[in-house]
Ligand binder design. Structure first.
Ligand code: E4P
Length: 228
């Protein structure tokens, strides 16, 4: 399962990209709104694209198909490798069909059910973003929906990519991988937690302490053999 970073924060993206574990970034208007408003959105997106190099999803804000396609053209004029994020509404399906006809990759977003996922696939979306956390937030089971979508994709042999989004904790990553999602897009804080293990820290501390103790003993023996 590939990992994307779900962020528009340059420092976070630079840090995680330097680990060599992500193959893309997903942004959305809310993530962009958290960042410094003195930086133009286009410049921020281009910097993100340069830092990561792989997938970069940029979301439209129009709610009519024509406007969405126009915005997609604008984003593609910034960089032609862009993936266009389109909301799962009827106008979004129309826009997705048109963009797919032009061979533009679409990440269909705000998907909360298998029927929405199938519609997105049939409209031509390349990425099917299933929102886990927002379902859990309203006492629904996001992972159940993801499991249903993965099973349907398997049975039907569908080739669009299942993208687990709206992740809230490391077990969402584990379960998304176990269920067969192609990609998980992970917020910075969740990814940092997922990479950390106290036994790794304790183990390293002990290895280093033992190494330094051994070096000290070797030096002491060498000094003793010089003085005797
Ligand atoms: C990613 O593509 C989505 O926009 C994002 O994962 C939504 O996450 P949230 O529910 O935490 O806002």
């Amino acid at each position: 399962m590939e990992l994307f970073l779900d962020s528009a924060n340059i420092d976070h993206i630079r840090e995680i990209a330097s680990y060599g574990i992500i193959t893309g970034v997903t942004t959305n208007p809310s993530l962009l709104a958290k960042e410094d408003p003195s930086v133009d959105v286009r410049d921020r997106i281009l910097e993100i694209h340069q830092l990561v190099g792989g997938h970069c999803s940029v979301e439209v804000v129009s709610t009519d198909a024509e406007g969405m396609v126009r915005e997609a053209e604008e984003i593609l004029s910034w960089f032609p490798e862009a993936t266009i994020k389109i909301p799962m509404i009827p106008e979004g399906l129309k826009a997705t069909r048109e963009l797919a006809r032009q061979n533009v990759p679409v990440n269909m977003t705000l998907i909360f059910s298998p029927t929405q996922a199938l519609a997105a696939h049939n409209a031509g979306a390349r990425y099917i973003s299933i929102f886990l956390g927002r379902l859990d937030d309203i006492a629904n089971d996001g992972l159940r929906v993801l499991a249903d979508v993965c099973e349907i994709w398997d049975v039907q042999g569908l080739d669009s990519f299942i993208l687990a989004a709206s992740l809230r904790h490391p077990m969402h990553i584990v379960e998304a991988a176990r269920l067969g999602a192609n990609i998980a897009t992970v917020p910075y804080a969740v990814l940092k937690k997922a990479l950390h293990h106290p036994l790794t820290d304790a183990g390293l501390e002990k290895f280093l302490a033992d190494y330094h103790r051994l070096q000290a003993e070797i030096q002491q023996r060498q000094q003793e053999s010089v003085t005797t």
